[in-house]
Ligand binder design. Structure first.
Ligand code: PMP
Length: 456
């Protein structure tokens, strides 16, 4: 453990000299200095200066059960002592790996009974991408290879993950997307809905899927992928009409529906999985984050009976897998994490108690003069900043305004995230009512700060 005062005081300089951070402009970061997070408890993290922050982002949408869970530490310790590693490749498994697969499927719905393990959400994207193609090939339809995804969706940073995502600025780095992936519009009514009602707009963008399938030919399309609620894209909650229509289209055109549950899974929306909240039944569902509450890295793909039947009986060897697929220690952490979610009734708590309380508090921010909409489902929330509520006009530099509010919040002890001109929140599922109040009060001050800065 790094404890000496000397090392701690040098850590910023050491970091600047040696550590390249994800999704960061290193020149700017090195100039500004890195914040060093040293410890955490409950919904709070503490930096190396001892400053306390309310983490309204659950790390990176992942610490669902909150920090400092001794039970998970013990489960990890015990598993490392008993069996720190073994693979699942050559006809072997380990107890926690197998029990975790069973445990996940207990909550995933009657037709979702299989799991393929990965280490992350990105690897889960690469995994289902291959499964979808292999599935159709095994069924004698080798031309069904194309994947339809969405603009401003996020599915990870690996080559397939970033290609499936619809972030242009990511595609520009590394000549992406790879072949065979096309993107349709997202259900972002606030900015792209024009004069349509949200319900009309939801149907319109969902039907773009049908048009795209017809244009490409259903015989050439393997799957459609979407997050139940876009996360990194700005917590964009689709209109109610959207998901039922998407589900209808996938069924009628016979293409696989992939629900990216990396954020929405494991209680975030007040359901075990986001597809349950929206009442749809996907064929494949990548998971990660809340599966272990981030205590150790683990992800996977939930595979429906429809697809698993073909994988088991028709594919033969599926030539795919990771050294750490189903890692026993990560699986032990995930099992303990799920046990906590079950025992403390965290999914029900989000659905019936703290979720509705949070929704009301969050919604109360919509009276602020620069807030266009304040939406949330469970404990996943987005707040649109606007210069004019009536016309839904955006600030001249959308990217800067969110950052301004976010920085103000961080200075005042609240960790939030900004995506352009949307503020995002996803606190641990154990957040108390008092902590929700504190969070909303600090965010309101951040909004005041932006309003006053703009006036100046
Ligand atoms: N899918 C979604 C919806 C995500 O939000 C993320 C990560 N934010 C990923 C996939 C990728 O997961 P990871 O960062 O664990 O690779």
């Amino acid at each position: 453990m790094l404890k000496t005062v000397e090392t701690m005081s040098n850590l910023g300089a050491i970091d600047a000299a040696h550590h390249l951070h994800p999704f960061s402009d290193m020149k700017k970061l090195n100039a500004a200095g890195t914040r060093i997070i040293q410890r955490a408890e409950g919904v709070h993290v503490f930096d190396s200066n001892g400053k306390k922050y309310l983490d309204a982002f659950a790390g990176l949408w992942c610490v669902n059960v909150g920090y400092g869970r001794r039970e998970i530490a013990d489960a990890v310790f015990n598993q490392i002592n008993e069996l720190p590693y073994y693979n699942t490749f050559f006809g072997t498994t380990t107890p926690p790996t197998t029990l975790l697969a069973q445990k996940i499927t207990e909550h995933a719905g009657p037709k979702m009974n299989h799991v393929f393990f990965t280490n992350s959400g990105s690897e889960a994207s690469d995994t289902w991408f291959r499964i979808a193609r292999v599935y159709w090939k095994a069924l004698g339809k080798p031309t069904k290879t194309k994947i339809i995804a969405r603009k401003n969706g996020y599915h990870g940073s690996t080559v397939a993950g970033a290609s499936l995502g619809g972030m242009k600025w990511m595609h520009e780095q590394g000549n992406l997307p790879i072949d065979g992936i096309v993107h349709i519009n997202q259900p972002y009514w606030y900015v792209e809905g024009g004069d349509l009602s949200p319900a009309e707009f939801g149907l319109k963008v969902a039907r773009e899927l049908e048009e795209k399938i017809d244009e490409l030919g259903a015989d050439n399309v393997a799957a459609f992928v979407a997050e139940p609620i876009q996360g990194a894209g700005g917590v964009i909650v689709p209109p109610e009409t959207y998901w039922p229509e998407i589900s209808r289209i996938c069924k009628e055109k016979d293409i696989l529906l992939v629900s990216d549950e990396v954020i929405c899974g494991f209680g975030r929306l007040g359901s075990w999985f986001g597809y349950q909240h929206f009442g749809v039944e996907p064929d494949l569902a990548p998971v990660a984050k809340g599966l272990s509450s981030g205590y150790l890295p683990i992800g996977g793909v939930l595979v429906s009976d429809r697809v698993a039947e073909v994988m088991v009986n028709q594919i033969g060897d599926f030539a795919h897998g990771y050294t750490y697929s189903g890692h026993p220690v990560c699986a032990a952490a995930a099992l303990e994490n799920i046990r906590i979610i079950e025992e403390e009734g965290l999914v029900e708590r989000v659905r019936d108690d703290i979720g509705p309380y949070f929704a009301e508090a969050w919604k109360s921010l919509s009276d602020h003069e620069i807030v266009g909409e304040a939406v949330s489902v469970g404990l996943m929330a987005g707040l649109q900043l606007t210069i004019d509520k009536a016309t839904r006009r955006r600030f001249a530099k959308p990217d800067d305004v969110g950052t301004l509010v976010r920085n103000h919040c961080v200075e005042n002890g609240l960790i939030m995230r900004a995506t352009g001109d949307r503020m995002l929140a996803s606190p641990p599922l154990v957040i108390s009512r008092g902590e929700v109040n504190e969070m909303i009060a600090t965010l309101r001050k951040g909004l005041d700060h932006l309003r006053d800065t703009v006036k100046e």
